[in-house]
Design a protein around this ligand. Structure first.
Ligand SMILES: Cc1cc2nc3c(=O)[nH]c(=O)nc-3n(C[C@H](O)[C@H](O)[C@H](O)COP(=O)(O)OP(=O)(O)OC[C@H]3O[C@@H](n4cnc5c(N)ncnc54)[C@H](O)[C@@H]3O)c2cc1C
Length: 476
């Protein structure tokens, strides 16, 4: 269903709930509230529903990750008896980026349509425009054609997400010549040479995709490790493997200046030679999307980074105003935003059985789509030591998984698992894995860990053979 026409928008009356933002969190919140019969409206400031995840995040990123995995499968095919290595490598190198981008965009557009129809099916009024506070129950909506109108609501949910951060040209001269992760999804052609700045999961994922698809890829990191909020084992295994795969890792460095040169960019760095590349991609973090929301008009508190402060019930300091998803600055993941939103709507509109419903932010599993993938749930070893002291038990294993059985030794991807246990009963408080299939293996173990599984429970579970996952229950 198309967005509500501006002429009708002001006449809708007061909403029970109005949600600002049509991304993962906003859609989850609005649809769940409407399913209980609440009168719900939602504003989205762009032409596309689905937010970061669908348009410039998880979904198109995963398509690109699969694409890069396909290239790798082609390179390995000869070892399993398909064609010959030289021909297969040529095919892998002939990747058609423009064709894939067109297909990927069409896939995303179909998803946008599905989100649109779902809102209509659930009877959520869709306002296409930018919402900002007038008072705690009134919002101004600036529609995409520039017209302004107001809506009223008993409860307002802020689910406006975040955006990529790029240094200003004052901080790093020429910084704006680079692109960010949003720009990655707009690239019409594959850059032959690319520099990626950043050490977080988005940086290593996008660098891994470029490298897998054959771009000369430089990764510039400020210290000597990546994924520094994760267990250190993961960086220890990933970095050398990325280097082994041809990626150039520049450690303890930072970009000092970017210049436009004939046919590309010259990227000057603090510690190392200037790099000549076609594209510079900044992936150095995300910032909240709160400017312009008028939070000051209603007195909604933000933290030093600009994230909206919400308690465990997603309540801000202003009664009737809630915040969830990336704008809260905590566990920036799609399923977190959706789960927080659905639970909030359950509690507000779902009846007495949901009176205590809220999201538990402990033991949230997360995956990094590198090659091979990473999965992580619970405490890292340093965090477990901080919490439980040196009495924790740490079990590790490293091996080459069987998918590489027919490959030459230097092509076999590494696998490393770590299980961290605490207390006399050895409750599993952390599981960290890197290796083929870690993205799919983790979910089931996350259930077990959420249920409080102990070493004994893991050991009592019969292994599935021959798999990589079996090592998690035989690691002890
Ligand atoms: C490159 C990349 C890869 C990612 N990969 C993964 C992954 O693999 N797995 C995972 O779980 N997460 C991933 N994420 C994170 C995930 O996308 C976010 O955690 C998730 O989208 C957050 O949902 P949200 O609803 O809080 O915000 P968003 O999805 O960002 O939605 C916010 C929406 O609000 C709109 N908006 C903003 N201001 C206003 C306003 N004033 N009025 C109206 N509308 C407004 C925005 O246009 C946007 O559509 C990735 C993110 C990126 C950038």
């Amino acid at each position: 269903m198309p967005p509500i026409p501006v002429q009708q928008a002001e006449a809708v009356g007061e909403y029970d709930m109005f949600v600002i933002g049509g991304g993962s969190g906003g859609l989850g919140t609005a649809r769940r509230a409407a399913s209980y019969g609440a009168k719900v409206g939602l504003a989205e400031a762009t032409h596309r529903l689905g937010g970061t995840c669908v348009n410039v995040g998880c979904v198109p990123k995963k398509v690109m990750w699969y694409t890069s995995e396909e290239a790798s499968a082609l390179r390995h095919a000869a070892a399993y008896g398909f064609g010959n290595a030289e021909e297969n490598n040529k095919i892998a190198a002939s990747f058609n980026w423009p064709m894939l981008k067109k297909k990927r965009d069409a896939y995303i557009e179909r998803l946008n349509g599905i989100y649109d129809r779902n809102l209509a099916k659930d009877k959520v009024d869709y306002h296409e425009g930018y919402a900002s506070f007038i008072d705690k129950n009134t919002l101004n909506i600036k529609s995409l054609n520039g017209e302004n109108y107001t809506v009223k609501a008993k409860k307002i949910v802020i689910a406006v997400g975040g955006k990529p951060h790029i240094p200003s040209d004052e901080e790093v001269p020429g910084a704006s010549l680079g692109i960010d992760s949003d720009g990655f999804f707009e690239l019409e052609e594959q850059p032959k040479r690319v520099a990626v700045a950043g050490a977080g999961y988005i940086a290593v994922e996008l660098a891994g995709i470029f490298n897998g698809l054959g771009s000369e890829t430089h990764l510039l990191i400020r210290k000597n490790a990546v994924l520094r909020t994760f267990d250190p084992m993961l960086s220890d295994v990933l970095l050398p493997w990325m280097e082994h795969g041809g990626m150039k890792i520049h450690k303890d460095t930072g970009i000092t200046k970017v210049e436009k040169i004939d046919g590309g960019l010259r990227v000057h760095q603090k510690n190392g030679p200037a790099l000549e590349v076609d594209t510079l991609l900044w992936a150095i973090g995300r910032v909240p999307n709160a400017d312009g929301l008028g939070l000051d008009k209603v007195g909604v508190a933000t933290d030093a980074a600009g994230n909206v402060v919400a308690n465990e019930w997603q309540e801000t300091n202003v009664e009737g105003i809630y915040a969830l998803g990336d704008i809260g600055g905590k566990a920036l993941l799609t399923p977190v935003a959706i789960a927080a939103g659905r639970r909030l709507s359950n509690r507000l509109f779902g009846g007495p059985q949901y009176k205590d419903d809220k999201l538990d932010y402990e033991n949230i599993p997360s995956v990094v789509f590198t090659h091979p993938t990473i999965g992580s749930v619970g405490l890292s070893e340093p965090d477990a030591r901080k919490k439980f002291g040196d009495s924790i038990k740490v079990y590790t294993t490293r091996f080459r998984d069987m998918s590489g059985a027919m490959l030459d030794e230097d092509q076999k991807q590494p696998t490393a698992y770590k299980v961290i246990c605490a207390g006399p009963e050895e409750r599993v408080v952390g599981l960290h894995m890197i290796g083929v299939g870690s993205d799919e293996i983790l979910q089931g173990f996350a259930v077990a860990i959420k249920c409080g599984a102990t070493r004994k429970d893991f050991q009592a579970t019969v292994a599935i053979h021959p798999t990589s996952a079996e090592e998690v229950v035989t690691i002890f």
